[in-house]
Design a protein around this ligand. Structure first.
Ligand code: GLU
Length: 486
């Protein structure tokens, strides 16, 4: 049997971490078993579709390198892969169900259903369709259909007995048929509901393993009834648990319930996101935290997915991202950093090229956790001059000794102007000697220089930074720092 898994997003919102984890697990399982990974767009809920929803799914999957073998854009033996283009298939399935007595047209109006629900609530009964139209005579059905009366198609749930489906990580789940109502399979606009479309498509596309979110668990018994009625062998189901916040509550907009693309824009690496998501609800052992794509492919097993809720630990993601950043070759990191710098640069700043960024990388690679950290650390490389307030420049050490600071800046400027070469080692040697001469502690003296040149008390290593900044800009900044004081 060739493994075939699918990721079946609805374009009803941004691709969130939970969605993408489902895609990742399906992808890992397919790729790890020489199977096929399919992308299918489930757009039958036209009212809930959002502008650009499909594009965002593509973008997220591509960014993460989760490539698909069959899908709307690449085609495949079961095209089309967009549900709104497969309406005939669903209609045929529904007609067959009606013909065999497993489904029926329902003419009840929205108003009637509304009233019914209110009555049920008032009487403390579980809400659900009362099957009024199930009892219509064949003649009446025909008459109302021919008259073109608006209707839906409902599945006729068996009135007794029970239904069991198997979930790979949850085992057998059994539900009494009496607890299920006659759910809609074709809506009044002619579109199928999710229930019918998913069953028809998973079968037509020969999906062997359905991985999807736990929120679909309550739907699974209905799907099982549809399988039976249509004579379909069900696929293997894996309902993956929800992802909760550290407080074990549902994710919120502020915490995690955002698009994966926002993580990209915040400077996370796709490698880190993959690693991070893989470890929510799956693990290699109890301790391995860093596990790359190749190792995941080799070790991932569906059976090891946990049915208990996964917890989103944003701190861990940041840390992990830092680890991946440190592991990148310098040139690679430079290429990834460049767009983030260009994004932040003010109009007037000098535009860095890749060669320049490559020189900065060794200064910051161990100091950042996300790519958006780079700008704060390196802005001084790109701006003409740095803004300095005398108080900041003097700090605690020189606040009552302005003359000493002025003297230190002046002599440093002169000394650096005279150096034969401009390398970090030569600069360091000269400044250390000068600090001794002036009787200043290295921390105080270098702090002053750092402030004067970078405008900040924290920067990448000082001497290396001066080397990369260049002699002229360094001297100019020391001169302006001097002016600030005098
Ligand atoms: N279209 C569903 C969703 O976006 C997918 C459900 C499934 O995978 O069966 O959540």
């Amino acid at each position: 049997m060739t493994v075939r898994t699918r990721y079946a997003p609805s374009p009803t919102g941004a691709p969130q971490l939970g969605n993408i984890r489902t895609a990742l697990f399906g992808w890992l399982f397919a790729r790890g078993s020489d199977g096929t990974f399919i992308l299918r767009i489930e757009d039958t809920d036209q009212a809930r579709a959002v502008e650009g929803g499909i594009q965002q799914q593509y973008e997220a999957l591509r960014w993460l390198g989760l490539n698909w073998d069959e899908g709307p854009d690449v085609g495949g033996p079961h095209a089309p892969y967009v549900q709104s283009q497969r309406l005939d298939l669903y209609r045929q399935a529904a007609e067959r169900l009606v013909a065999e007595g497993n489904a029926y047209p329902c003419f009840c109006t929205v108003q009637r259903l509304d009233d019914l629900r209110k009555q049920q609530v008032a009487a403390k009964q579980p809400p659900g369709y009362d099957r009024l139209c199930r009892g219509l005579s064949a003649e009446e059905r025909e008459r109302r259909l021919s008259a073109g009366e608006s209707h839906v198609i409902r599945f006729a749930v068996p009135l007794s007995g029970e239904v069991t489906f198997h979930d790979l990580i949850r085992g057998d789940v059994t539900v009494q048929n009496g607890t299920l109502d006659d759910f809609v399979i074709i809506k009044s606009d002619g579109y199928p509901t999710y229930h019918l479309a998913v069953v028809v498509d998973d079968h037509a596309m020969e999906i062997t393993h359905v991985l999807r979110g736990e929120e679909w668990l309550p739907s699974a018994p209905r799907h099982q009834l549809l399988h039976k009625a249509l004579g379909i062998e069900p696929p293997v189901f894996v309902h993956m648990s929800v992802i909760l916040g550290p407080d074990r509550k549902k994710l919120s907009k502020r915490l995690g319930a955002t698009s994966v693309l926002e993580y990209r824009d915040a400077g996370y690496l796709p490698e880190a996101i993959i690693n991070f998501l893989a470890l929510i609800g799956w693990s290699l052992d109890d301790k391995t935290e860093i596990i790359n794509r190749q190792q995941l492919l080799e070790n991932f097993r569906l059976e090891d997915i946990s049915p208990s809720p996964g917890i989103l630990d944003s701190e861990k993601l940041r840390w992990m991202n830092g680890e991946y950043i440190r592991a990148l070759p310098e040139d690679d990191l430079a290429e990834r950093i460049l767009p983030f710098l260009l994004e932040e640069l003010p109009e007037t700043a000098r535009k860095p090229d890749l060669e320049f960024v490559k020189r900065i990388v060794p200064l910051i690679q161990t100091r950042i956790e996300v790519l958006t950290d780079v700008w704060n650390l390196t802005a001084f490389f790109f701006t003409e001059d740095v803004f300095l307030a005398p108080g900041d420049l003097l700090g605690k050490r020189f606040q009552d000794d302005q003359a000493a600071a002025l003297m230190a800046l002046q002599t440093a400027e002169r000394k650096l102007a005279e150096l034969d070469s401009w390398t970090a080692t030569v600069i360091e040697e000269a400044l250390r000697a000068l600090g001794d001469e002036l009787g200043l502690k290295p921390r105080d003296f270098f702090g002053l220089i750092r402030m004067g040149v970078t405008g900040s008390a924290v920067s990448p290593p000082l001497f290396e930074s001066l080397e990369v900044l260049g002699r002229e800009p360094t001297l100019e900044r020391l001169a302006s720092a001097r002016e600030v004081l005098s």
